[in-house]
Design a protein around this ligand. Structure first.
Ligand code: ASP
Length: 356
């Protein structure tokens, strides 16, 4: 009788020990590699209440040392890719960064990657990586609006949260992510909306991928559009990216800047149009003339939210234009540059805008 009563207790104890790691064996922390590119998160000012500062002053080792809490979430390794304000982001850094992300993501001991970046162009870099990284592992960009020396700097918590997201298994297969101010954005959806506010990033059309509060991660949805392992784009054999310029539309616009961009070597043009990708008649005529000569011409919008649809007030079929759909001008430019590494076929390029 006694034996029959005690046996289940023993079994419960064994099950508890096996599931809780009660033998003393600790699960190793996932390894997250931090690639630092510069930005305000690595910026420094003369005092903690000074608006003037310089981006890209603090190195990756200092950045890691400033947030020791992150080492409780992941084993961290740091590499310096560049140390620039992201207003100076360029193809050389992009290609180096993307290639390194692909190398690291292929390593079995690397669970995720965090990239520290400036806020000015983070949406472009994130979207570029979203299209050319070939991995299901989390790739998470983060940034800060206040320099590291500021009173109430936002960088350390953003960095901690980014590491927590990159170390989280559920973060995989959602495309490249951007973590700033407790919010997890998808690379294709986010945009910078304030020049100075800490709460600058929004995903106005699609909303957030999730939230992260002091490392506690919650996901709402997956990535929008084809990305990473499902992307047709690759940097294999690519050493340069074609030139694509963005031209903003405005009252009384003529075709001078459109023609000047082509004369400067642009193979593609993105118009940040008024409203639903519109522009003055002289600008339409200049763009259509360039489109006839094979310059790929995309209509996007200078308006923050909404789609630019095909054949709405302008007949794209007749004029030979591509409609950007949900892509804002800066993302349309990234996609068109990669598209031009593969084709100049208008139908195929419109399909890219539809699918990515
Ligand atoms: N100009 C800075 C940069 O993009 C702004 C920032 O990081 O917030 O590098």
């Amino acid at each position: 009788m006694l034996k029959r009563q005690t046996m289940p207790g023993v079994l419960v104890l064994i099950v508890v020990l096996a599931t809780s790691g009660g033998t003393g064996a600790q699960q190793p922390l996932p390894t997250v590699v931090v690639l630092a590119t510069g930005g305000t998160i690595a910026g420094a000012a003369g005092s903690d209440v000074q608006a003037a500062y310089k981006s890209g002053q603090v190195g990756v080792d200092q950045l890691l040392a400033a947030v020791p809490q992150a080492k409780k979430v992941a084993t961290l390794r740091g590499e310096q890719i560049s140390n620039i304000g992201s207003q100076d982001m360029n193809d050389e850094v992009w290609l180096k960064l993307a290639r390194r992300v692909n190398e690291l993501a292929a390593m079995s001991d690397v669970a995720g990657i965090v990239i520290t970046h400036g806020t000015d162009t983070i949406e472009e870099t994130a979207y570029f990586l979203n299209l050319v990284v070939k991995s299901r592992k989390p790739v998470v960009l983060t940034a800060a609006m206040r320099p590291s020396t500021a009173l109430s700097a936002d960088g350390p918590l953003n960095f901690f949260n980014a590491v927590a997201v990159a170390a989280n298994k559920d973060a995989s297969e959602r495309g490249v992510l951007v973590v700033v101010n407790d919010w997890i954005h998808g690379a294709s959806s986010l945009t910078k909306t304030s020049t100075t506010a800490v709460q600058t990033f929004m995903s106005p059309v699609r909303g957030l991928i999730g939230t992260v509060a002091y490392g506690e991660v919650e996901f709402y949805r997956g990535g929008v559009g084809r990305n990473t392992v499902n992307s047709e784009f690759s940097l294999d054999g690519v050493t340069t990216l074609p030139r694509v310029d963005i031209i903003m539309a405005y009252e009384n616009m003529d075709g001078a800047l459109i023609d000047a961009a082509v004369a400067a070597g642009a193979k593609g043009l993105v118009i940040a149009g008024v409203g639903n990708g519109n522009m003055t008649e002289p600008a339409v005529n200049a763009l259509a003339a360039q489109a006839k000569k094979g310059i790929i011409s995309v209509r996007s919008s200078r308006v923050l939210t909404g789609r630019v649809g095909r054949n709405v007030e302008l007949n794209d079929d007749e004029l030979g234009f591509v409609a950007s759909l949900e892509h804002n001008p800066q993302k349309a430019r990234v996609l068109l540059r990669l598209a031009l590494t593969k084709t100049t076929d208008l139908k195929q390029i419109q399909r890219y805008f539809d699918e990515y």
